[in-house]
Write a protein that binds this ligand. Structure first.
Ligand SMILES: *[C@@H]1O[C@H](CO)[C@@H](O)[C@H](O)[C@H]1NC(C)=O
Ligand SMILES: *[C@@H]1O[C@H](CO)[C@@H](O)[C@H](O)[C@H]1NC(C)=O
Length: 352
């Protein structure tokens, strides 16, 4: 054979091997920081990740592929600066042990006040400890195959923008003084600010969308990832100049961290709006924090398509303990001591 033929054969072989290589992890195909590997987990969960494993490469005995294992998702609402109440719940949910170390395995833990349902900060003195805990859990969860997704809430954004209306004196004291706290929340240089700047505003895990306040259809067009990209782009400008820096109102009353109508408006009026948003977000249900449930119970509206999980975990709200647990299509509210109560599955509009 001529040298040219050999070269051709060789390049064919190389491209064949190249085509068979391990696919790039899903998260690297995205520019968005949606809580680091959450997108890859999600894609595996909904079976979108079809180039990860070709059907031929699956042996018939190996029926238990990751995409068939139901995902365990645990979500908590606003923590409002209460470290003790937070770890109490994480312990009875089997997410951390008595030393606050991750034992949640592959659980996806969503904090809607860091997912946190937004509000990790304010109204209590444990800001630094809570952020440190969440950051540590995020690292440890990843090693165990799990995931911690912390979402931005309105209070995180207020603190970034220098709006301290709800900040307690005891909170400022844990930083040393006002100047030190201000520096910590600087979006470009602060140890908390730079962390918050990376957090997403919403997350879709399998068929559930999590957000602090609620995603109105006017913010749902690009899906959860699109919304995160827009918010991330808008945040530095808003923080610098809250009056002019947000030209689309994403950090204002109807925006995803402040919106309350899904939780408060009449269901007749608001469920069709929610359904429109869910359709755009390609999700079955929305889980929100932000609006406190006065009875301390996880609530649901619109036939389970909306779940309200801000039960008032903070001391200022009565130290209610509850977490939401989703396993496959089963949804539970889990209260102090691990007491479980099943929540209705979401009914699709055409099943009503
Ligand atoms: C504030 O606290 C920081 C760090 O503890 C310290 O270095 C600084 O001198 C303090 N500033 C004032 C005005 O007290
Ligand atoms: C994703 O959600 C669907 C519908 O709720 C459920 O049937 C399925 O088990 C979930 N997938 C995983 C991996 O949990």
């Amino acid at each position: 054979m001529s040298r040219l033929t050999w070269l051709l054969v060789l390049s064919c072989l190389v491209s064949l091997v190249w085509a068979q290589r391990e696919p790039v992890p899903v998260q690297e195909e995205f520019q968005l920081d949606n809580g680091d590997g959450i997108l890859s987990l999600l894609k595996t969960a909904v079976g979108l990740d079809d180039n990860r494993q070709s059907p031929e490469s699956e042996s018939p005995t190996d029926a238990k592929t990751p995409s068939q294992e139901p995902l365990r998702i645990v979500a908590m609402g606003d923590l409002h600066g209460s470290y003790q109440n937070t770890v109490d719940i994480l312990r009875y949910m089997g997410i951390v042990d008595s030393d606050d170390k991750w034992i949640g395995g592959k659980t996806v833990y969503v904090q809607t006040a860091s997912a946190q349902y937004g509000d990790v900060v304010d109204r209590g003195p444990d800001t630094i400890k809570l952020y440190a805990l969440l950051q540590q859990l995020k690292i440890d969860a990843k090693l165990a195959g799990g995931e911690v997704v912390a979402l931005l809430g309105n209070h995180e954004i207020m603190n970034l923008a220098g709006d301290w209306r709800y900040v307690t004196t005891s909170d400022i004291e844990t930083f040393g003084n006002r100047t030190a706290r201000q520096a910590a929340f600087d979006i470009h240089t602060g140890y908390i600010g730079t962390y918050l700047a990376k957090l997403p505003i919403s997350a879709r895990v399998n068929t559930t969308v999590f957000v602090h306040g609620g995603i109105h259809p006017s913010f749902a067009e690009g899906g959860s990832e699109g919304l995160n990209a827009v918010a991330k782009g808008m945040l530095p400008g808003y923080v610098k100049d809250p009056r002019h820096g947000d030209t689309i109102g994403i950090f204002h009353t109807l925006g995803p961290v402040w919106y309350r109508d899904y939780a408060l408006e009449d269901e007749d009026v608001i469920c069709p709006v929610l359904d429109e948003a869910l359709l755009m977000l390609e999700a079955e249900r929305m889980v929100i924090g932000h609006t406190v449930q006065a009875n301390g119970r996880i609530g649901h509206r619109c036939d389970g398509r909306l779940i309200t999980i801000d039960v008032g975990i903070g001391v200022a709200y009565g130290s209610h303990q509850a977490a939401l647990e989703i396993i496959g299509s089963d949804v539970w509210a889990v209260y102090a001591g691990g007491k479980r109560s099943k929540i209705q599955e979401p009914l699709k509009r055409d099943e009503l």
